[in-house]
Design a protein around this ligand. Structure first.
Ligand SMILES: *[C@@H]1O[C@H](CO)[C@@H](O)[C@H](O)[C@H]1NC(C)=O
Ligand SMILES: *[C@@H]1O[C@H](CO)[C@@H](O)[C@H](O)[C@H]1NC(C)=O
Ligand SMILES: *[C@@H]1O[C@H](CO)[C@@H](O)[C@H](O)[C@H]1NC(C)=O
Ligand SMILES: *[C@@H]1O[C@H](CO)[C@@H](O)[C@H](O)[C@H]1NC(C)=O
Ligand SMILES: *[C@@H]1O[C@H](CO)[C@@H](O)[C@H](O)[C@H]1NC(C)=O
Ligand SMILES: *[C@@H]1O[C@H](CO)[C@@H](O)[C@H](O)[C@H]1NC(C)=O
Ligand SMILES: *[C@@H]1O[C@H](CO)[C@@H](O)[C@H](O)[C@H]1NC(C)=O
Ligand SMILES: *[C@@H]1O[C@H](CO)[C@@H](O)[C@H](O)[C@H]1NC(C)=O
Length: 494
């Protein structure tokens, strides 16, 4: 069999060709430069903020975990780092922030750790994975957790993915007998102890997942340790009533894994797999498979249907919801979401979040296309936002989450002298609940109980007020909800 040239190995690679400038915001009280959000709100949205992790080298800074409100105001910016899966989840009944951060490889996966923060942004758990992993550059890593999944289960464990480099006989694909390839692993980790409770490898189940069913062809440019062949590309895991549902993008399939690791069934977007599939329930190069309303007889499966790769871009990307009849092995399409006024071809990454089971609102992040959209129950677009040039800035996933936080750090304050007095710049990174500021004139650099000289409504991330003839050169501010003080800044001498 001839080996053919195929360059689509790097599904996370971003184009630098279209890296046109994208506008970004700056502030005086914080040294942040997040991308500006272009927002079109055309209907009623669900409650919650936008959680994004933009990545790509266009703006000078702002590659970080970011929270915005629906008007496009920044609410929170984390440290400069590559992140994925930044969102709110529940741990032991409490809202926590979770995200992956680490190093992204050009090969389409990464090495890092999952961080769990409480509602003051204190890191309460750092989940890592160690073991005898082989890497493309042969360099050992501190932690081998890949970026693709950071899902907290109802049993307070964390599901994560990992990619291992291994040698394998690929003669059946036209390769040689000791070709290098990527094995797709997943792990269930106990959050309180960081102990691995369950592990699974796709290559261990080659009898049930034959390599020749991969839609990622073995190209002439892959097969070395530095550029291993990515037959599976694991990208989501969720628990089911009696196992796990795993998405393998390059197989165009979801697999139901039993506790002993065996595959109970395969749902293929190409031909149904173990299911007789109706035509409109097809999907390809998918992400983010989620299970709802599971019984022994049926379940609802939602997913982000990329339907595109870097080498094959024709059908618009959709978000789909499928009804899976586990008894008669039939799949039917319940919903297929796309914006007819803005058809998007997302060649990599992306997510599908069912916001509300009662009204059917769905939030989608388009991965390699730096856009998010919210759809209502009738499939109408009620919200669109863009945060970078297409194919140059990506957010692996994006979410709308309800979140309430009082940061453990103080509000930030910068005061600049003006000819009339002073300009006062106030912000409190990550604080969600304050709505006004009180400005005090302090007697000295370490005085308390200053004199109130102004009150200002909060305006977005940073609020600015002009103070005429302040009594002293010391100012302090407090962030309040109504009249309740939530945080007080240091005293600023100017
Ligand atoms: C990774 O692959 C190597 C080479 O096949 C193997 O020795 C090692 O056990 C694998 N690592 C894990 C964590 O399975
Ligand atoms: C794929 O490989 C399996 C063995 O793993 C073989 O039985 C099957 O015929 C192959 N299919 C194709 C289309 O080559
Ligand atoms: C097998 O193919 C890979 C990728 O082309 C190459 O790096 C490796 O040296 C080959 N091994 C043998 C034994 O030919
Ligand atoms: C795994 O469990 C299933 C269900 O009990 C069983 O049918 C299957 O044979 C088991 N597989 C292995 C490899 O033991
Ligand atoms: C689903 O099938 C239709 C009709 O054959 C085709 O046009 C479309 O590209 C397919 N979609 C995916 C995601 O494979
Ligand atoms: C689950 O079932 C309930 C009750 O029938 C229904 O309201 C809800 O929409 C279903 N969820 C999904 C995701 O289909
Ligand atoms: C918002 O609407 C304008 C005008 O129709 C359009 O040019 C722009 O691309 C839209 N942006 C998003 C993010 O939908
Ligand atoms: C004065 O400041 C102290 C320390 O911040 C505070 O505990 C106290 O309530 C303040 N008193 C008044 C009258 O504001």
């Amino acid at each position: 069999m001839a080996r053919w040239w195929y360059t689509a190995g790097s599904t996370l690679l971003l184009s630098s060709l279209s890296a046109a400038a994208w506008p970004y915001s700056t502030y005086t009280s914080m040294n942040f430069q997040p991308p500006k959000l272009e927002v079109n709100k055309t209907g009623t949205t669900e409650a919650g903020y936008l959680f994004l992790g933009p990545r790509g080298g266009v703006q000078p800074a702002g590659q970080a975990a970011l929270i915005y409100d629906d008007e496009g105001n920044l609410v929170y910016e984390g440290p400069e780092e590559v992140t994925a899966n930044f969102r709110v989840q529940q741990l032991n009944g409490e809202d926590v922030i979770t995200f992956w951060s680490g190093t992204m490889m050009d090969l389409g996966f990464g090495y890092g750790a999952v961080h769990i923060l409480d509602n003051t942004y204190k890191e309460i758990h750092t989940i890592t994975l160690t073991g005898a992993f082989v890497t493309p550059d042969n360099v050992a890593k501190d932690s081998y957790i890949d970026l693709h999944e950071s899902h907290i289960t109802s049993r307070n464990t964390l599901l994560v993915t990992a990619y291992n480099v291994t040698q394998h006989d690929l003669t059946s694909l036209g390769g040689n007998s000791s070709e290098w390839m990527l094995d797709s692993h997943f792990y269930e980790i106990d959050i309180s102890t960081n102990q691995v409770l369950y592990s699974w490898s796709a290559l261990d189940h080659e009898d049930q997942i034959p390599l020749n069913s991969s839609h990622q062809k073995l190209g002439a440019d892959v097969g070395s340790q530095e550029k291993p062949y990515d037959a599976y590309h694991i990208n989501s895991i969720t628990t089911t009533n009696n196992g796990y549902l795993v998405s393998l993008r390059h197989m165009w399939s979801g697999y139901h894994i039993l506790p002993n690791g065996s595959i109970e069934w395969q749902l293929s977007g190409a031909n149904g797999g173990d299911f007789a599939q109706v035509g409109s329930a097809n999907f390809s190069w998918q992400h983010d498979m989620r299970v709802y309303n599971e019984t022994d007889e049926d379940m609802v499966l939602n997913l982000f249907n990329n339907a595109n790769t870097p080498t094959d871009s024709e059908t618009p990307t959709t978000g789909i919801s499928l009804s899976i009849d586990l008894v008669n092995k039939k799949v039917t399409s319940l919903r297929s979401l796309t914006d007819p006024n803005d058809p998007i071809h997302s060649v990599s990454q992306g997510s599908y979040q069912l916001l509300n089971e009662a009204d059917g609102h769905v939030f989608m992040d388009y991965g390699s296309i730096s856009k998010v959209k919210e759809f209502d129950g009738d499939g109408n677009v009620v919200f669109s936002a863009q945060f970078g040039p297409d194919n140059a800035i990506a957010s692996y996933r994006g979410y709308r989450c309800q979140w309430s936080a009082v940061p453990f750090w103080k509000p930030s304050l910068t005061v600049q002298k003006t000819s009339e007095g002073a300009s006062v710049y106030m912000s409190w990174n990550g604080a969600t609940d304050y709505d006004n500021w009180v400005v005090y004139s302090a007697a000295s650099a370490n005085a308390v109980n200053g004199t109130q000289i102004d009150i200002a409504q909060r305006t977005g991330f940073e609020t600015v007020v002009s103070v005429d003839s302040p009594p002293t050169n010391y100012i302090q501010v407090a962030a309040r909800q109504g009249t309740k003080v939530l945080g007080t800044s240091e005293i600023f001498s100017f």
